[in-house]
Design a protein around this ligand. Structure first.
Ligand SMILES: C[S@@+](CC[C@H](N)C(=O)[O-])C[C@H]1O[C@@H](n2cnc3c(N)ncnc32)[C@H](O)[C@@H]1O
Length: 391
């Protein structure tokens, strides 16, 4: 196996279980590496650090899967990781038939995402190295999960970073284009081929439950960036008298309407519009709400875009605060790991100063537990939500 030596000093973070070696941190190779091949990573003195796979073209050149000399990357290791991920999910006793089974580095399987919708699995291979092990992954999934079908989702953003063409389509068994999943007492249509992510925002499960208890009968609510209505449905189910749900995607809104119908929750107003424009219009018209929730797409896909993303979040918060009643609630989420909770706090402080309001934090949420967050791997925590009372 090819040996990769890292520069002096780099071993410290790797020995603390940080699993990435960046390209400039590599001192030498024992020979020219092939894209995706398995490597042994050693410190400057030649001592073992771990086993990983390499993509010399990517900024994150090596991703480590094992820090144990006895555990090379084999089919058995992949299967063992999938098995323990499955056991962990079962231990969570989630009240749903849809969950994330593999959360990439969060399950020590970098480059692999697997979501389960009832008896069907949706996979994403997000690194060249993991894609090379796809046959192992599929065999292990069949052994451990025994799904009726597996669907592979394309990820065009990753394609640019890792330099390979991801695929889309059914790769095992049978997967209907639309599946109805259950989460607590609500059902949702999941359109796997057309939907965003793998079809549903499973990661916001905990937040949906917080919103359900925050909304009181008679509330007026605004769900901004509603997608297929996960929050809007919970607002209505909690007894909101008025729910406006806005998104720019007509396809997502169509599914949202079907979801409302499926759950006998009539009366949600679905609006296809740019959220920024729509909120400005609401403000001009003097409309206000008891709860304004904003769950925008990732504004910061990399570190360089953080400053412009923060301007976007601030703009949203100002517009959101303009339409919250005094004593009402504003909720903002960020699904970018480059945007920290502290960033969001500062954005809220800046926005509150502009509109002259006090904000009392009443809750915070993160991605739900089936998207595990490994403390040593910062990017495994990506989703944060701040809930404030607007005084
Ligand atoms: C993170 S998702 C929201 C997920 C949703 N809250 C849920 O739980 O299912 C972001 C959504 O923003 C929508 N979107 C992106 N840009 C938008 C814009 N400028 N105005 C309105 N919606 C937009 C996308 O179509 C997507 O549905």
């Amino acid at each position: 196996m090819i040996q990769v030596r890292v520069k002096p000093g780099i071993e410290e973070k790797l020995r603390s279980y940080f699993p990435w070696v960046y390209r400039p941190e590599i001192a030498s190779y024992s020979r020219k590496p092939q894209k995706g091949e398995h490597v042994v990573v050693r410190d400057a003195g030649g001592h073992f650090i771990g086993y990983g796979y390499i993509n010399p073209d990517a900024n994150i050149s090596v991703r480590l899967l094992s820090f144990n000399k006895e555990k090379k990357i084999t089919y058995e290791l992949i299967k063992e990781r999938i098995e323990s991920a499955y056991i962990y999910r079962k231990s969570l006793s989630l009240d749903t038939d849809a969950f994330r089974l593999i959360h990439s580095e969060g399950d020590f399987l970098p480059g692999l995402v697997v979501d389960v919708y009832r008896s069907h699995a949706v996979v994403e291979f997000t690194t060249f190295g993991m894609n090379l092990m796809r046959d192992w992954v599929i065999s292990a999934l069949l052994e451990v999960l025994k799904p009726a079908g597996i669907y592979e989702k394309k990820n065009e953003y990753i394609q640019k970073i890792e330099g390979f063409e991801t695929q889309e389509g059914i790769i095992y068994g049978d997967v209907p284009p639309e599946i109805i999943i259950r989460e607590k007492d609500l059902n949702y249509y999941v359109n796997i081929p057309q939907g965003q992510k793998t079809g549903f925002y499973l990661d916001q499960r905990r937040a949906r439950s917080i919103i359900r208890s925050l909304v009181k009968p008679g509330f007026t609510c605004l769900d901004v960036f509603c997608h297929t209505g996960g929050f809007a449905l919970n607002m209505k189910k909690a007894g909101a008298k008025e729910v406006i749900a806005v998104d720019i995607s007509s396809q997502a809104l169509e599914v949202g309407k079907k979801n409302a119908h499926l759950n006998n929750l009539d009366g949600i107003v679905w609006v296809e519009e740019n959220a920024f424009d729509f909120m400005r219009k609401l403000h001009r018209e003097g409309q206000t709400f008891d709860l304004v929730l904003m769950d925008p797409p990732s504004f910061a896909k990399n570190k360089a875009s953080v400053p412009s993303a923060l301007r976007g979040y601030k703009e949203l918060c100002v517009r959101g605060l303009h339409v919250v009643k005094r004593g009402g609630y504003l909720v903002i989420y960020s699904c970018s790991f480059h945007i920290t909770a502290e960033h969001l706090f500062q954005v809220l402080v800046d926005a509150a100063r502009d509109v002259g309001r006090h904000l009392r934090v009443i809750n915070m949420s993160f991605q739900d537990l089936d998207h595990p967050w490994i403390l040593q791997v910062p990017n495994t925590l990506y989703l944060k939500g701040i809930y404030v009372e607007v005084l």
